[in-house]
Design a protein. Structure first.
Length: 96
């Protein structure tokens, strides 16, 4: 499901259905946007696989560290203390 569809899907299924976004997540900022727009989880398959192909286990560890750092910086820039504080006011779609 593309990120732009997330708000409509969340509205359609309500808050009790877990939503997992698995489309185009390439940075910690993407993770924050997805969570703010209604996802409960995101997948990071491509980034994980790039790290695995480039450096094996150490490459995966590096990818995870970079994503975690990007997520932390994005939360700080938004003045948000924790992921569970994110809401639709923290993200907007420029091309819905």
């Amino acid at each position: 499901m593309p990120l732009r569809e997330l708000p409509a899907v969340r509205a359609a299924v309500g808050p009790s259905v877990p939503l997992i976004l698995d489309s185009g997540i390439t940075s910690g900022g993407d993770v924050v946007a997805a969570l703010a727009l209604g996802a409960d989880f995101t997948m990071i398959g491509r980034s994980y696989l790039y790290g695995l192909m480039a450096g094996g286990e150490r490459g995966v560890d590096r990818v995870l560290a970079v994503l975690a750092r990007e997520l932390t910086v994005t939360l700080q820039l938004l003045s948000v203390g924790a992921v569970d504080e994110l809401g639709p006011e923290h993200a907007r779609l420029l091309h819905p």
